[in-house]
Design a protein around this ligand. Structure first.
Ligand SMILES: NC(=O)c1ccc[n+]([C@@H]2O[C@H](COP(=O)([O-])OP(=O)(O)OC[C@H]3O[C@@H](n4cnc5c(N)ncnc54)[C@H](O)[C@@H]3O)[C@@H](O)[C@H]2O)c1
Length: 431
């Protein structure tokens, strides 16, 4: 491992989930890091030592490496100090489902001609983006800039751990100095390296997310069939997961996947295929199954409560998964909207989702504890499996509720503990 003094300084463009984790991670490995964002308020907070997102371990790492981390809105500062500029700006979905690359293009436009700099793309972009950026560089007299695709695989909630212990590092480049420098930066982590061409690196990221999403939709469909046939999907998944070829991960049935990556990346790959003349049928089904899955809870509530008008429903969890405050494409958004539309009064509790993110969920009351959310509820729906929900005292909740239904949208609760409190337990695909 090279000493801290020899480590390559880097720039990181975009101080969001990926940008901040990348900045903190490389600073921890010894690099001086210039982190650039167009959001001046965010940069001010970071300069004050505040962390604008909830991500376990991030705050400690940013603090520990504060002397090596510089936050700025000025791209020139990063260009003056670093050859490698890691791009971690958002690529949200457009109305058509394609990836919106406008933030990436803003960065591409802003980089001046240079023979000594490289863009290292961490943002998830459609296959072919690197080639079109390289064409744009050449057409605008910026052919001296290098380009590397280095897709990011971190998971929110365990992002710092994932950065420091990656399953693999993928570097797509043209074999020049920039690819070598990125490989060198990651070398201390000792992760398997996939060094390949740019298009293949871009596709590794899209295909990985699409595969994981497919696994989730698959087990959700199995769960739905289990409900029709009397099998229990938890038992089925256990039996399947012990097969080495299948593995136990991503076989937890539930109310569908959300977040800032799976929904948009699966859709983007489907659109990319369509734009290239190929109809990706499997992904069309994966997306549709996921949309329907989010709504199946509504059917269960109707079945038990005999209609939702005037009924009180408590949602436990709002974030798209535990250990994050990210609400992008969270199942809670669809659920709360559907419940409102069907005339239910909705109360929700989430341990972390902040005030500003709450504006995304309209027409619901926010509680400050699970017990407060359960007060007077006809039904409780577990939406996000935060660890504090796995240790609830169900007899206290049962006393507070006016009804007795508990829908475990993540198959995360102990059915016996819930039933033991005199409540009715219903999971997803469980007997
Ligand atoms: N969040 C994840 O779990 C995850 C995992 C792997 C890959 N990715 C990909 O990484 C990319 C970033 O995702 P994120 O979740 O970190 O996004 P984010 O929305 O949290 O952060 C993006 C940041 O970029 C900033 N930004 C936008 N335009 C800019 C510009 N021109 N110059 C400087 N800063 C700019 C924004 O202000 C924001 O702070 C996306 O392409 C995403 O698909 C995300």
């Amino acid at each position: 491992m090279s000493s801290a003094r020899e480590r390559e300084p880097i720039g990181v463009i975009g101080a969001g989930y990926v940008g901040l984790v990348t900045a903190a991670g490389f600073a921890e490995l010894g690099s001086e890091v210039w982190c650039v964002d167009i959001d001046a308020g965010r940069i001010e907070r970071l300069e004050r030592g505040e962390v604008p997102i909830y991500e376990p371990g991030l705050e400690q790492l940013l603090k520990r490496n504060a002397a090596k981390l510089h936050f700025t809105t000025d791209l020139d500062e990063a260009l003056a100090h670093a050859r490698l500029l890691f791009v971690a700006v958002g690529t949200p979905p457009t109305y058509s489902g394609d990836a919106d690359l406008s933030a990436v293009h803003t960065v591409v436009d802003a980089i001046p001609a240079s023979d000594g700099h490289a863009l290292v793309m961490k943002s998830t972009v459609p296959c072919g983006t690197g080639a079109s950026i390289q064409r744009a560089f050449a057409e605008r007299g910026k052919g001296g800039l290098s380009y590397v695709s280095c897709p990011e695989f971190l998971r929110e909630g365990s992002a710092m751990k994932d950065f420091l212990n990656p399953d693999r590092v993928v570097v797509g480049d043209e074999g020049d100095w920039a690819g070598d420098a990125v490989v060198e930066l990651y070398a201390p982590l000792g992760a398997p390296l996939v060094r390949t061409d740019i298009a293949s690196a871009e596709m590794v990221k899209l295909a990985s997310n699409a595969f994981l999403a497919t696994k989730i939709s698959f087990i959700n469909e199995i769960a739905n069939v289990c409900e029709e046939t009397g099998a229990d999907v938890v038992e089925v998944a256990r039996g399947m997961g012990l097969d080495d070829r299948i593995g136990p991960k991503f076989l937890q049935a539930g109310i569908g996947f959300g977040g800032s990556c799976f929904p948009k990346d699966v859709n983007a790959l489907k659109q990319l295929a369509g734009n290239s003349g190929y109809h990706f049928q499997l992904l069309t089904a994966v997306i549709e199954v996921n949309e329907l899955q989010k709504r199946r809870v509504i059917g269960k509530l109707h079945k038990h409560l005999g209609g939702l008008v005037g009924k009180r429903v408590a949602l436990l969890g709002l974030a798209f998964k535990p250990d994050t405050d990210d609400m992008r494409e969270a199942s809670s958004l669809v659920l709360s909207a559907r419940l409102n539309a069907d005339g239910a009064a909705v109360t929700a509790y989430d341990p972390v989702v902040a005030e500003e993110a709450r504006s995304l969920v309209s027409g619901i009351t926010f509680a400050d504890s699970p017990l407060h959310a359960a007060a007077g509820a006809d039904a409780i729906v577990l939406v996000t499996e935060w660890s504090e929900f796995l240790k609830l005292d169900w007899s206290r909740l049962a006393e507070a509720m006016s009804g007795e239904l508990v829908i475990d949208g993540r198959n995360a609760l102990d059915p016996d503990a819930v039933r033991g409190a005199g409540l009715v337990y219903e999971g997803i695909g469980r007997r």
